[in-house]
Design a protein around this ligand. Structure first.
Ligand SMILES: Cc1cc2nc3c(=O)[nH]c(=O)nc-3n(C[C@H](O)[C@H](O)[C@H](O)COP(=O)(O)O)c2cc1C
Length: 370
């Protein structure tokens, strides 16, 4: 059966950002695996299998877990990194595999700031901070105030001007390595209460120097990181930024702030905003199906920039409707992708896409629905 591209559901139409064309709009959201048992930031067999299975499952783009730009930027000692060449080589194996199956790969570049050096979030572990005696390290933030989660036990070092410059340089160096590692896109992680969000949220940044204060001061770090990453990353490939679009608090960061920041980031050459929320301080979050889609929609229309919607998107009809209503340009799946690594293949079937137009890899072809 032949079908013209425009007859396909939007979910299975390609999207082009700069000169990167991604085969469909069902993408994998970044998800920490905490699986680097060697604690050297080098992805291993687990990561090959995990990301490989998502690539053959038909996702258009697979975003890596939060990948630290410095050892101190790791959330847990078992996070992946991109601060040395061993890590570049290990990631290359994964991106080569994904490309062999027509899947694009993005890397989420991250610094956890005051939320670093915590015990990996696995059911087998007891949550808490990792003390120096067990391989933990000095964490940094905009001020010496710790966060209000498990990281509350940290003594935080407030970053100096030089320290901040070092963070910006580390993001740029990681972006250069990301290209050597074969990635197609980089995403700056500026959400979920990690370092860049710690700087732009008024709940965590009470600095009075040029890195704090008003909107411009508090957003300076994320803007400088975006500028440095854009300069270090090939012109023909896209840069994304994940924002916490709101803090879910009356005294916190609001959607209108995100729209304004997204417009600034667009001028700096950012190509897509990945609209998540929360994480910098305790809040009551009304989670439910598609609960963050209004943020992707508000930023898309308010700042005129492509967006990704994420958060409790699980159904093929639900995903297609978000795209058809123009609320986002792509959808990201996290937990649903863990439950069903072949979700795009199932979604294509459910939406009536002929198997020949669905993202089946040849070795799996006999599994197509009839
Ligand atoms: C196991 C797991 C790990 C996660 N790690 C990250 C991460 O590294 N970076 C990030 O930005 N979000 C992370 N998230 C959040 C997801 O990307 C996503 O925004 C969130 O789970 C909501 O989407 P969902 O309802 O499809 O799961 C993680 C979520 C899960 C379930």
């Amino acid at each position: 059966m032949t079908t013209t591209r425009s007859d396909l559901p939007l979910l299975f139409q390609p999207i082009t950002l700069r000169r990167l064309t991604v085969r469909n709009r069902a993408w994998v959201s970044p998800m920490c695996q905490y699986a680097v048992d060697a604690r050297d930031g080098v992805p291993n067999d687990w990561h090959v299998v995990h990301y490989g299975s998502l690539a053959v499952g038909g996702f258009g783009l697979v975003m890596t877990e939060a990948t630290a730009v410095t050892p101190e930027g790791r959330i847990s000692p078992e996070d992946t990194g991109l601060w040395n060449d061993d890590q570049v080589r290990a990631w290359r194996r994964i991106t080569d595999f994904a490309h062999a199956h027509a899947t694009a790969m993005g890397v989420q570049l991250a610094h956890a700031g005051r939320k670093a050096s915590t015990v990996r979030w696995w059911p087998t572990e007891t949550p808490g901070i990792v003390p120096a005696s067990e391989g933990g390290w000095q964490v940094v933030g905009p001020t010496s105030a710790p966060g209000d989660g498990v990281e509350a036990a940290h003594a935080v070092h407030a970053l100096s001007d030089d320290g901040i410059r070092g963070v910006i340089d580390a993001f740029a160096a990681a972006a250069r390595r990301a290209r050597d590692a074969g990635f197609d896109a980089v995403e700056v992680h500026a959400a979920h209460g990690y370092l860049l969000h710690q700087f732009y949220s008024p709940l965590s940044n009470t600095r009075t120097d040029r890195w704090g204060g008003d909107f411009d001061g508090r957003t300076r770090l994320v803007r400088e990181v975006a500028r440095a990453v854009r300069a270090a990353w090939p012109d023909h490939l896209p840069v994304f930024v994940r924002l916490s679009a709101v803090d879910w608090r009356d005294d916190g960061w609001q959607l209108e702030d995100s729209v304004r920041l997204a417009a600034d980031l667009k001028l700096l050459g950012v190509d897509l905003i990945d609209a998540s929320s929360g994480g910098v301080a305790q809040a009551s979050i009304p989670a439910g199906p598609g609960y963050q889609v209004p943020f992707a929609e508000g930023i898309r229309h308010g700042a005129g920039i492509p967006t990704a919607a994420v958060g409790m998107i699980t159904g093929s009809d639900q995903a297609e409707e978000i795209l058809e209503q123009g609320r986002a340009d792509v959808v990201l799946l996290a937990r649903q992708a863990l439950r069903d690594t072949n979700w795009p293949l199932r979604a294509a079937h459910e939406l009536g896409v002929p198997a020949s137009d669905a993202p089946w890899t040849p070795a799996r072809w006999r599994g197509t629905w009839h």
